[in-house]
Design a protein around this ligand. Structure first.
Ligand code: ZN
Length: 61
């Protein structure tokens, strides 16, 4: 699974999401940034910022 934590981009935000593909993680993160942080336009560098912060989730189980 791929994991994105919004707190890495917006300090103090505890929201996070996980999905099988980077594309899906980015899609959800963009949606969250619009809804929760009032981002009306998602610039290209915002998508890059999200992508650079997506990491593999290590399953401890
Ligand atoms: Zn957030």
């Amino acid at each position: 699974m791929r994991l994105f934590e919004c707190g890495t981009l917006v300090p103090g935000c505890a929201w996070h999401t996980r999905a099988d593909s980077d594309a899906e993680v980015v899609r959800r993160a963009v949606e969250h940034l619009k809804n929760a942080h009032g981002e009306t336009t998602i610039r290209e560098n915002m998508v890059d910022n999200i992508k650079s912060r997506i990491r593999d989730e290590v399953n401890a189980a």
